[in-house]
Design a protein around this ligand. Structure first.
Ligand code: FAD
Length: 470
């Protein structure tokens, strides 16, 4: 638990330059965020206005009209949210850089729930509204809608697909479903949206009576599709051709942990930062169809990339068998767990287990004030330490403090490791520092609690979770 590292004094002038670069970056992020929210809100307002303009309120004279009109607006908003849903994970660079891939997956999950609820509400409200205006039963009305309205069968199939996606995402089902199974069910949401589109334009009241409204919606679909094709297909395909990534080396780092060294061309143009991750696809039989997220475990030097992988399941247990020279497709870099988050000159890095990968890269790259860089690396057993020699070397070169905290949290001796008191013992000025944290889920929850307990404000804590929300 002793700190290692020397006492080299770091020059602080690069920090001043960095600080003004960071505030410029923050300003431009604010401008981008304002523009994006403007586009989202303006379109929402246009959609509601078109509904009002089409008699959404003025033509409501009976309870049947109330159901039908509410059915229309819920359907329109549901489609709008479905398009946003697609765009949230379309890898749009400004959105990704602003929010971060992991937070986007959380928004995607929440937006998806609202969207599906509105789709179901739309189906129920329209059916009830039509049934009560024609004074027939709801099941009869439903079968009449299916048989006599164009696109209704496809819309029903689309709705069933969307509900299937929600069911597959329920925690209980996810636990029984392999990740890839869930992922492929999830892809059917695109089919669901396409099938709903086939019913929206020929049957929607607003579109059959106002051509301009149909044009507006077609434009929304076309823009969404164009962005999707561009950033999910064309950009990765161009990247594969441009960077020509290959596995150039494999190193065993610790029991069950290997590093893959990736080389290619033009890697200096990748614009990757320490702390970021990429979605990796290894082009071998049995692997090419899966893309897995792994962080860069060394600061990108423009010549090669390194990822370090712990064996936890099907894919990772076989990763050491990948042949040298294997072609690799990588999407990204993604994530906001970088120096761009920093607002303070002093930094504390905290890693647990395999969470050391992005932290190791930050330890190497992150600018810090003289004597203002410290790393706490928490593992259960000494043999679990990955990059021990590298970390000690970086600590020596950068004059940083390095603490290995070893012990089992399930034992009495290990219970208080990384408690608020322990954190303050290791880094007495931790309250003044920017903190970067990455590790197993429970370790992160506990350590976040300890950091709050020690008095570190939430805005100074940046966490990277090795799990994307489903
Ligand atoms: C942002 C991020 C960075 C990561 N960085 C690293 C790293 O540097 N080193 C490392 O060892 N691990 C890292 N991981 C975790 C790594 O992605 C998973 O351990 C790996 O994908 C598990 O695959 P598996 O088939 O071997 O295991 P499984 O048993 O199939 O999965 C274990 C868990 O990993 C998740 N997972 C599985 N497949 C995927 C996938 N294709 N995409 C997203 N999540 C998936 C699921 O939540 C699952 O519960 C990172 C994860 C994320 C989200």
């Amino acid at each position: 638990m002793e700190p290692s590292g020397g006492a080299t004094v770091l020059d602080s002038s690069p920090l001043v330059a960095l600080s003004s670069r960071l505030s410029r970056a923050r300003r431009s992020r604010r401008v981008i965020a304002t523009c994006l929210w403007f586009v989202v809100v303006v379109n929402a307002v246009v959609i509601v206005w078109l509904w009002l303009h089409g008699g959404g309120v003025s033509r409501v004279h009976s309870s049947a009209d109330v159901f039908t009109s509410l059915g229309r607006i819920t359907g329109l908003v549901a489609v709008y949210l479905a398009l946003i849903q697609v765009l949230l994970l379309a890898r749009l660079p400004p959105v990704e850089r602003l929010v971060g891939f992991d937070r986007l997956t959380v928004w995607h999950r929440r937006n998806g729930k609202v969207c599906i609820s509105l789709v179901v509400a739309h189906t129920v409200l329209i059916t009830v509204g039509y049934a009560s205006s024609e004074q027939i039963s709801v099941p009869r009305e439903f079968s009449r809608l299916l048989s006599s309205y164009p696109g209704m069968v496809t819309a029903t199939v689309g709705t069933v697909l969307m509900v299937g996606v929600v069911i597959s995402s329920l925690v209980i089902v996810r636990r029984r479903l392999p990740y890839e199974g869930w992922y492929f069910v999830h892809l059917s949401i695109y089919a669901g949206i396409a099938l709903s589109y086939l019913h929206q334009l020929p049957t929607g009241n607003e579109f059959t009576t106002h051509a301009s409204q149909a044009d507006y919606w077609i434009a929304l679909y076309v823009v969404t599709l164009a962005l999707l094709v561009c950033f999910r297909l064309a950009v990765p395909a161009w990247g594969a051709f441009h960077y020509r990534l290959r596995v150039s080396g494999i190193t065993q780092e610790a029991p069950g942990v290997v590093s893959l060294h990736i080389t290619g061309q033009h890697l200096d143009r990748l614009d990757a930062h320490a702390g970021q991750f990429m979605l990796w696809r290894f082009l071998t039989r049995g692997r090419w169809w899966q893309a897995h997220p792994f962080s860069l475990s060394a600061s990108p030097d423009g010549q090669s990339l390194r990822l370090t992988i712990k064996n936890v399941g099907n894919f990772t247990s076989r990763i050491a068998d990948v042949a040298l020279g294997t072609a690799v497709l990588a999407e990204g870099p993604f994530g906001t767990f970088t120096h761009l988050q920093r607002t303070r000159p002093r930094v504390a890095l905290i890693a647990g287990g395999i969470g050391i990968t992005p932290i190791r890269a930050l330890f190497e790259e992150l600018p810090a004030a003289p004597g203002g860089l410290a790393l706490i690396y928490r593992v259960i057993r000494e043999e679990d330490l990955v990059f021990r020699t590298e970390l000690e070397e970086i600590a020596r070169e950068r004059g940083a403090e390095l603490f290995f905290v070893v012990g089992d949290h399930r034992t009495i001796a290990g219970r208080d490791l990384l408690s608020p008191t322990h954190l303050l013992q290791l880094i007495p000025d931790i309250v003044e520092r920017e903190v970067y944290l990455c590790g197993p889920h429970t370790m992160m929850i506990r350590t976040e609690g300890s950091l709050h307990g020690a008095g570190v404000p939430a805005r100074q804590i940046h966490s990277e979770r090795f799990a994307l929300a489903a």
